[in-house]
Design a protein. Structure first.
Length: 162
């Protein structure tokens, strides 16, 4: 337990300093590194629901990132600040290693490596890592599935007519 507390404190201090230098959001919008992060997460989380054609797949991921950007821009300032801290931390090497346990940069990591990192966060004994996983998973899934063109891939017929 002590190791977890010490690790969390070190990660928070190091991450806080790094986020001041590299925020995840600038003026309410995703930074370039945040866009790479969410693209990589989208490939890993949405595997099996993304189009198989490379160009269509790329457009689907770009659309998802644009919807995440729109979401971020419309969040209350306090929530924007929290998202910026999380994303900024994950976009730094120490944060990516400490919080996600991922060695390669997000853009260089394979789907399997990102999936393994996410599973490590999901089943971590540290609540901070679990919460980060849940937030990222919900943001990616919600942004992707909010577009009607994705519904067929998951078998959703659309809202019922009332």
């Amino acid at each position: 337990m002590k190791l977890g507390l010490v690790s969390g404190a070190v990660l928070a201090v190091a991450g806080g300093a790094a986020v001041l230098l590299q925020p995840g959001l600038e003026q309410g919008h995703l930074t370039a590194s945040a866009r790479e992060l969410f693209t990589s997460l989208g490939r890993a989380i949405l595997q099996g629901t993304l189009p198989t054609d490379p160009q269509t797949r790329s457009r689907a991921l770009e659309g998802m990132v644009e919807r995440i950007d729109a979401l971020a821009a419309n969040l209350p300032p306090a929530v924007q600040a929290e998202l910026s801290q999380l994303v900024g931390l994950l976009c730094t090497t120490p944060g990516r290693l400490g919080l996600a346990g991922l060695s390669p940069a997000w853009a260089d990591a394979s789907e399997a490596q990102v999936q393994a990192a996410l599973e490590g966060m999901r089943f971590s004994s540290l609540a901070l890592r679990q919460q980060a996983y849940q937030a990222l998973h919900e943001i990616v899934g919600g942004a992707y599935l909010s577009d009607e063109s994705t519904w067929v891939a998951v078998g959703y017929p659309g809202p019922l007519a009332i």
